[in-house]
Design a protein around this ligand. Structure first.
Ligand SMILES: [Zn+2]
Length: 405
């Protein structure tokens, strides 16, 4: 084969994969459809649709669903992509908190568990335990088609490593690609945590489905941001873009492990809240014996009961998150900012303070055209967002998952 023939073959393969992907996407978003409906929607010939769908049915990617009412009362056979039949293992690594679950292609949670809390000294144990858990889940469930992981940013995509995990630097030594990239019988996808959260809202959340200028502002064990701009995730050269947690809100402020001072993460993440509760004698008794998440949740419960000191602390945290939102406004001008993860559990009191802060510090036109709300997904957006990461690959690259000519 000469080089021009090779190029032609490569192009044909790319076109074939693109058409398979478009059909998978159509069935995913529109449900049961006839071949004629797909042909019309995608602008492909009936002959091409017949050929490609036959191939996808043969491979087990889609199936015929029986008769459906066609145009002029003619009956035609429906095709469908059974989103419940394909399962994804999703893992969230968030400093001390590690979760693993099983999801379907629409992000429905089939199982979810917390692994024992991790310290800097037990990161290696947590990684080994995760290998064993995933292996046994793969043994138990033959429907699993992928493993997807959400890891703290700044995640250097090509290298497979997180550059700085403030307050738990041990995670820096884990190379996620070397550790997990080829460890299992199914493909493995790794994404920065807040980007997985953004994708979850884009793909699975009926309130924001298809919103193509969306930011997911993760405020939990870390502080991160995932930005979807014109249907594309913003990554940056190394994958380290949109690291709002390391944007300074006080150039002379608290030192951060990244080398900067006053990083947002040092004021509103759960480790920062926990530190404030311990150092400043906050309203949570015995806070030093709790985990970061437990301490933050105890504070939020007291604030809901109206305990004045707790209310004041939640308002302060809301102001810090508001400063973050102002930076997001001015950098990305999204239509929607969704605040999620543990700190969003503080609820309306927090959100009201965020909005008041943003209103007083941002350009009026941008404020008026931007919605800020709390994540309302039934499962944490990052962990179920891992399924969105895998589902996106599944729909974009069917040949990665099926034997297709
Ligand atoms: Zn920093």
């Amino acid at each position: 084969m000469n080089s021009s023939q090779a190029n032609t073959t490569a192009t044909q393969a790319t076109v074939a994969e693109s058409n398979r992907s478009r059909i998978m996407q159509h069935l995913y978003h529109n449900g049961i459809s006839s071949r004629a409906q797909i042909a019309k929607a995608l602008g492909l010939t009936p002959a091409a649709i017949s050929k490609i769908t036959a191939q996808l049915i043969e491979a087990g990617a889609i199936e015929e669903s029986g008769d459906m009412e066609g145009a002029k009362n003619r009956r035609s056979i429906g095709l469908r992509l059974d989103t419940a039949r394909f399962h994804i293992i999703g893992v969230k690594f968030a400093r001390s908190l590690v979760q693993v679950g099983v999801f379907d292609l629409c992000g429905n949670t089939l199982a979810l568990e917390d692994l024992p809390p991790v310290t800097n000294e037990t990161i290696g144990d947590a990684v080994r335990l995760m290998h064993r858990r995933i292996e046994s889940m793969l043994d138990e469930d033959s429907s699993i088609i992928a493993v997807a992981m959400a890891v703290p940013g700044p995640y250097m995509r090509d290298e497979g490593r997180t550059a700085v995990v403030s307050s738990m630097l041990g995670w820096r030594d884990v190379n996620f690609i070397e550790e997990f990239g080829h460890a299992f019988r199914v493909p493995v996808f790794i994404e920065q945590d807040a980007r997985a959260g953004a994708l979850a809202h884009y793909l699975f959340d009926p309130e924001s489905h298809g919103e193509d200028e969306l930011s997911y502002f993760l405020v939990g064990e870390g502080v991160g941001l995932g930005v979807i701009e014109r249907e594309r995730i913003v990554n940056g050269a190394l994958g380290a873009a949109t690291e709002i947690g390391h944007v300074s809100i006080d150039v002379n402020g608290r030192p951060c492990d990244c080398g900067n001072r006053g990083c947002l993460e040092r004021y509103c993440s759960t480790p920062a809240i926990h530190e404030m509760l311990i150092d400043e004698g906050g309203p949570v008794p015995g806070a030093e014996h709790l985990s970061h998440a437990e301490a933050a949740r105890a504070l939020f419960a007291l604030a809901r009961q109206g305990v004045a000191q707790a209310v004041e602390m939640v308002r302060l945290i809301g102001r810090y998150i508001g400063f973050g939102c102002v930076n997001i406004f001015n950098t990305f001008n999204p239509r929607l900012i969704i605040i999620g993860d543990i700190v969003s559990e503080a609820g309306t009191l927090l959100l009201d303070e965020v909005k008041a802060t943003v209103r007083s510090r941002s350009i009026r036109e941008i404020y008026d055209s931007t919605e800020i709300r709390l994540s309302a997904m039934p499962t944490d957006a990052t962990v179920c967002g891992t399924a969105a990461v895998a589902a996106t690959q599944f729909l974009d690259h069917p040949s990665m998952f099926f034997e297709l000519g």
